[in-house]
Ligand binder design. Structure first.
Ligand SMILES: [Zn+2]
Ligand SMILES: [Zn+2]
Length: 169
């Protein structure tokens, strides 16, 4: 419970789902902590963040609990009135949960589709994972996805001020 309340955007806060789609507005694409550190040749800082997560949270997906390859995901909160995008948490997710978060990339861009196929996965695999983790139907997935894109489109029509919260130094 506290997990869902303390992180994610207003959409996931209101969501009945454990695993939600969180599309980053196109106007702030490539401005994640990871991308910024990468551009500044400071990926050692990113590795430190990951090490900290392993120590604090163990080696499992924060959402579904599965073990295996873990990817750090940035959880943002959106102030839709003042257009401030605030980084509220970073947690490790398994690669399937992580792909759901960024489903816009994996299923709706040429590059993402290519990489997904290369990983031996299809959109159906992602939907299956979503439905299994959330114990929901395919229709509920589709409704959630439509809503996520509706919000994404609206947010992508604005410029956002970024607040890196406690991750900024
Ligand atoms: Zn997972
Ligand atoms: Zn991510």
């Amino acid at each position: 419970m506290s997990l869902r309340n303390s992180e994610g955007n207003s959409m996931s806060k209101n969501s009945k789902f454990k695993l939600t789609i969180e599309l980053v507005p196109s106007t702030v694409w490539f401005f994640s902590v990871y991308q910024l550190l990468k551009r500044n040749n400071q990926l050692s800082k990113w590795r430190k963040i990951k090490e900290g997560l392993f120590k604090k949270e163990g080696r499992k997906c924060r959402i579904c609990g599965s073990e295996g390859r873990l990817e750090a995901h940035e959880f943002w909160e959106y102030d839709d009135e003042n257009h401030i995008q605030k980084l509220v948490a970073i947690h490790h997710l398994c690669s399937m949960c992580h792909k759901i978060k960024h489903i816009g990339f994996w299923c709706y861009t040429g590059e993402g589709q290519k990489q997904l196929a290369k990983a031996g996965l299809s959109r159906e695999d992602l939907i299956d994972h979503f439905c299994r983790v959330n114990n929901c139907s395919r229709e509920e997935f589709e409704e959630h996805e439509r809503e996520a894109f509706r919000i994404w489109k609206e947010r992508s029509s604005h410029q956002w001020k970024q607040d890196f919260g406690r991750y900024c130094d």
